[in-house]
Each structure stands twice: as C-alpha cells, then as structure tokens.
Design a protein around this ligand. Structure first.
Ligand code: NAG
Length: 438
C-alpha cells in the first residue's frame, strides 16, 4: 500500500462472531484490510459491529432518510467485501428504499465504521486516521470543490470526489455508494492498463496541486490545517520487527545473486524510511499516503475508463509529492511496464500539474518546478525500493491463505505470497540495479 521503508502486518481479530482480517501496512502510512467472510455475516436487522457503533449507524441512516424526505422506507444492509482491499474498518452497503411525498426514491449508501476496542496500535492510531479521513471528506474536499467552482475549472477537468453525508463523523463515515453506479476497483495483483495509470497519475497531480492553491487562496487554512498534517505512522519497535520480517520474506523469494545487494541496502532501512518524512527541508504538498489501485475507483464504459475517483484519505499527510508518485508506480506496475512508460508518466504528472495550476492563475515554477520534481525524483528514488521490500508481500498475499495472527505477533507473521510475487519483486530489484541505487 505504500512506498518508503515499510511496515506491514496482517492479523485476525475474532470477536462478536466476526472474523476480521486486518492488514496494516505503513510507510508512514498504514493500511488495514478488512475482509468480512460471508459465513460471518449476521445481516437482516443487525449490523456486524459493536453495539455502540451499530446504534450510531442506525441513527445516522434514520437521519439521512428523514433529511431526504422519506415518509415510508425499508433499509437493507449488506457486508461489503473488498477482496483484500484496503479498509481500516467495517464496511457495508446500505440501501434505503421507499417513498417521499414526490414518489419512489432510493438511496445507496456506503458505510465505513471504525474498529473499536483494538483501535490504537503501536504503529498507527486508528482514531487519528479516521479523524484525518473525516477532515478530508467534510472539510478539505468541500473546499477543493469550492475552489474549482470559483476558478471555473471545466467539469471534466476537475478533481473528482465521492459525496459524503453530513451525518458522518469520526467513527462512522457514510457516503454515496458509487458501486451502484458501476464504479469498481481492479485486482491488487494485476498490472493495470496504460489508460488507468495515466488517468490515475493525472488525478494525483491535481490532488497535489491543491496544497499550492490553498497556500495562495486560503493562507490561514493552509497554515492551520494543511501544514500541520503529520504522517500517521509510528516507527517504533513493532515497526522494526515487521520490517525485518518482511526483509526475510523478500530474501526467501529472490534469486541468491541479489541477496548481497539487497542486504547492503537494508542496513540503514530505518534511517532511509525516516528521512523521507522527517527531514525539515523536504518539499511538501498534501499527499494521499496510500495511492494505489485499490483506492481508485473506475467506471468502465465500452471498454474505456470514463471516470476515475480517488477514495480513502486516511493516510493523508503533508509530505513529499514524489512519495505518492513512486508508491503508485512501484505497487501497481511491473518492470516491462516501467521500461515503456515511466518517463511518460513523469511527464503526465508534471504537465498535468502545470496545466491544472493555470486554472487558478498559478505558475507551477513558483511551487514545484520540473527541476524540483526531477531533483526530488532522483534523491528519493530509493524510497520506492524501501517501500516495495516491506510492503509488496501484502499486495501479493494469497487470498485463500490469509495469515492468521494476532497483532502482537507482528515480527513473526507469515505471509503466503502468490506465485506472481517473485517476478514482481525481482523486477523491482533489477530496476534499482539498473538505476544504480543498489
Ligand atoms: C544509507 O546508506 C547509504 C549507503 O551507505 C547512504 O548513501 C545513505 O545516505 C544512507 N541513508 C540514510 C538516510 O542514512
């Protein structure tokens, strides 16, 4: 799920007759995956989450129904499977069907609720990441929409977002269920199409541009709400255990000829990791923090992507733009793809930012010139390897054999990786040898 030095973990929590498989990955950023298995659902009239939150979700749905003028309605809920996607909570789809004074009406709501009880882990504060996501949806994205409106950005050029319901808070997030409109995510192990990567990189460049727009157009907000966004991770002991564990897994999967080079690179892997985030002089913007295909929804019409929307802002922080870029490239593409298109995608990123900032009468050279971008790219290129070494196993964890560990076992977790893992990690190592990093 990210780039840089990485920490990751899978664990299983069993309570209330639910098995939740949670995957945490961090590079500063963390991710958790929750898979709710069909046999674990207790649906019909019950939410599969702790009572306090369950009641709250019920109340929120009722409020939404009332505020939407329903006079009579039914509620249907369904657990939502992400197939190894990346959510830090319980997910469900809720459909409200019924009648308002005007006639028949249906609302499709997507609910993401916090995992309570075991929320605060050493590596990441679950409460903090929920607060960050609330900030993103309720405050930031609204402001972004306003800025795009004021600047008359053509509709099809705008940064896209999913609508959130005002009833949401830092424990329960309720948004429009765009799956009902045909939006989907791809599979985490597949290399996506060139069209997807181009569109995703364009969205990323737009998202990154907003920090610069805010700096000029909303300076107070920028000082108080943007510059202060810290990365969510805590590189403590658990993190170190995970890192070492993942390096071991890498070694077990790569050809002997690469061992020495990789081992040498990993000698100061923690220092490398910290340096991407903690060095004061880093050029920064608002980073997504977990920018990869699982968090990017697409709608396909006649075999072409017609729309693309980014979701999941839990790991958002004020950090180096290159980190989102490299993370995306390393996680979702393979060596042949990078050989053909990496240079092209760098161009797409920077030309999009240049053009997008013009809508706001801003000159990219005053914020993030091509030289700045190239300099960052060069000096932080190793981040892609740090991240891949630690994170990639999670992207390639076999779906039928999810590690069953408790959160205290981070340093010993076993991940059974899919057979495609080997060629992907080796391709990355070969790139870094070719690029002269290792
Ligand atoms: C890690 O070690 C390499 C090689 O010794 C060095 O070039 C690099 O600056 C070090 N990085 C950090 C962040 O300490």
């Amino acid at each position: 799920m990210k780039t840089g030095c990485y920490l990751s973990q899978y664990f299983v929590v069993r309570r209330h007759t639910i098995s939740i498989v949670v995957t945490i990955v961090s590079s500063f950023s963390f991710i958790m995956q929750v898979e709710i298995r069909p046999e674990d659902y207790k649906i019909k009239n019950q939410y599969i989450c702790p009572n306090k939150i369950s009641n709250k979700v019920d109340q929120c749905i009722k409020n939404i129904a009332n505020n939407n003028g329903f006079v009579k309605y039914n509620i249907e809920r369904k657990a939502f499977s992400t197939n190894g996607g990346n959510y830090l909570g319980l997910l469900y789809e809720v459909d409200v069907n019924g009648y308002t004074k005007e006639g028949k009406k249906e609302l499709n709501i997507f609910v993401k609720s916090i995992l309570t009880g075991h929320s605060d882990l050493e590596i990441i504060s679950v409460h903090d990441v929920y607060k960050t996501e609330m900030f993103a949806y309720k405050v930031l994205l609204k402001l972004i929409d306003e800025l795009q409106e004021d600047a008359n950005v053509p509709i099809k050029e705008r940064y896209k977002m999913v609508k959130i319901y005002e009833e949401s808070d830092a424990e329960v997030i309720l948004m429009e269920n765009v799956a009902k409109k045909g939006f989907r995510t791809g599979h985490r192990m597949d290399v996506p199409s060139l069209q997807f990567t181009e569109m995703a990189i364009k969205e990323l460049a737009k998202l990154h541009s907003f920090a610069f727009v805010l700096k000029v157009k909303r300076p107070d907000f920028f000082e108080k709400q943007v510059k202060t966004r810290k990365p969510p991770y805590n590189a403590g002991e658990q993190w170190l255990g995970l890192t070492q564990n993942m390096i071991k897994l890498v070694m077990d999967n790569i050809d002997d000829g690469y061992h020495e080079k990789v081992a040498k690179f990993c000698e100061n892997i923690s220092e490398r990791f910290k340096s991407y985030y903690e060095v004061e002089s880093i050029r920064r913007c608002l980073c997504h923090g977990d920018y990869r295909p699982n968090n990017i929804l697409t709608k396909i019409v006649d075999g072409e992507i017609s729309e693309l929307i980014t979701v999941d802002y839990q790991m958002m922080h004020y950090g180096c733009p290159i980190i989102d870029f490299l993370y995306f490239i390393m996680v979702c593409t393979d060596r042949p793809f990078r050989k053909h298109y990496l240079l092209h995608l760098k161009n797409v990123y920077h030309t999009t930012m240049t053009r997008f900032l013009k809508y706001f009468d801003l000159d990219v050279n005053n914020f993030y010139s091509r030289d700045d971008f190239e300099e960052d790219y060069k000096s932080k290129l190793d981040y892609g390897l740090v991240f891949s070494l630690i994170f990639l196993p999670f992207m390639f964890a076999s779906e039928d054999d999810v590690p069953d560990l408790t959160k205290d076992d981070m340093a010993n977790l076993k991940i059974n990786v899919d057979k495609r893992y080997k060629s992907r990690i080796q391709g990355i190592i070969e790139d870094y040898i070719e690029w002269g990093i290792i």
